[in-house]
Design a binder for this molecule. Structure first.
Ligand code: CP
Length: 358
């Protein structure tokens, strides 16, 4: 049972609640001094099984700026994970030391798995190539600050739409606002997963798929560039085929509208030419800064909002059915119940959203 305000997926909160968090972030950004004692006495655990600069440090800075304290690790090899401790035991223990737990992990569905054994709220700071909801809150705040709205937008997503968890969370979130349209710019090998396209179709959100930035750029309100996620490919050869296919240059920016903005969750490798940074439409460093304010707002919201008591798993348990996603958390955390939502004969893994045809 979920007795806490976990944030595993954006769906854990309503659109109205996202708006409340973003508005709180705007108030904090305007007057950060007002909030310096808001979390005095609270402890945040940051468990980063995967590398991070922005997410980890912005969460840590957020908690410190709210007057709270930190424990955690940024390299699991310096913890008892290196001795073979499973996720359940680590989370069970750390969540009794902390009041809120922020976790990044390489396995898809790991945040939900962590929430199953946690004794405090769990925030998903990225679970493999699956989801990254706090980046989405950052991105929504940035759109609000830069363009003044979250609806009536034409948004281009470019690059690694297959493994880019920030894209998965953001496209789903933006499809909840009226009249947003999406241009998906990728190679066929790195196209948006079909389960996310199905979400767009189900919500009646218009989207087109194209192969080049040039085809799309002139009609966009926002271009969301992404890094090709080298660490998610099955082989280096597969990665090398995709590397450098997309590169936003100063020359390409000439074709964009004067009021278009460029966003990127960062880190950048070489998909945006450094010369673009000087263009006032380059919003990605302002976006990273917004991440700290939105995480301050999320921490406060997590502590102050009355949680809805609801089951974390709502599907059917089929312990004889193994999820076909090799990156699913159930592959290694063998004790987890194999829980699936049955959608007309297709079982959807409740951890990683993989579809399994029976
Ligand atoms: N955007 C983002 O998640 O960056 P980090 O990997 O540096 O945390």
């Amino acid at each position: 049972m979920d007795n806490f305000n976990n944030l595993i997926d954006m769906d854990d909160y309503t659109v109205q609640q996202w708006t409340e968090i973003i508005e709180l972030a705007e108030r904090i950004k305007e007057n950060p001094g007002f909030y310096t004692e808001a979390c005095r006495g609270k402890i945040m655990a940051t468990l980063f099984y995967e590398p991070s600069t922005r997410t980890q440090m912005s969460f840590q800075a957020a908690m410190l700026r709210l007057g709270g304290s930190l424990i955690g690790f940024d390299n699991p090899n310096n913890s008892s994970v290196a001795k073979g401790e499973n996720l359940k035991d680590t989370i069970k223990i750390v969540s009794t030391y902390a009041d809120i737990l922020v976790m990044r992990h390489n396995q898809e569905g790991s945040a939900k798995a962590a929430a199953l054994s946690a004794d405090c709220p769990v925030i998903n700071a990225g679970d493999g190539g699956h989801l990254h909801p706090t980046q989405t809150l950052t991105d929504l705040l940035t759109l609000k600050c830069e363009l003044g709205r979250l609806d009536n937008l034409t948004v281009g997503f470019c690059g690694d739409l297959k493994y880019g968890r920030t894209v998965h969370s953001l496209v789903k979130a933006l499809s909840c606002f009226p009249n947003n349209k999406f241009v998906l710019i990728s190679t066929s090998d790195l196209a948006l997963p079909s389960y996310i396209k199905d979400v767009l179709k189900g919500r009646g959100a218009e989207f087109t798929e194209v192969n080049t930035i040039d085809e799309a750029i002139k009609n966009l309100d926002m271009l969301y560039m992404t890094r090709i996620q080298r660490e998610r490919f099955d082989s280096e050869d597969e990665y090398l085929k995709q590397r450098d296919v997309y590169r936003l240059t100063k020359a390409k920016m000439e074709y964009a509208r004067r009021d278009m903005i460029v966003m990127h969750p960062l880190p950048r490798v070489n998909e945006i030419e450094v010369a673009v940074d000087d263009d006032p439409r380059a919003a990605y460093f302002r976006q990273a800064n917004n991440g700290m304010y939105v995480r301050m707002a999320l921490i406060l919201y997590t502590f102050t909002k009355q949680p809805k008591v609801k089951p974390l798993l709502t599907g059917e348990i089929h312990n004889d059915v193994i999820c076909t996603n090799p990156k699913c958390v159930t592959q290694t955390e063998k004790y987890l119940p194999h829980s699936y939502v049955n959608r007309g004969g297709i079982l959807v893994c409740e951890y990683c959203d993989e579809r399994i045809l029976l």
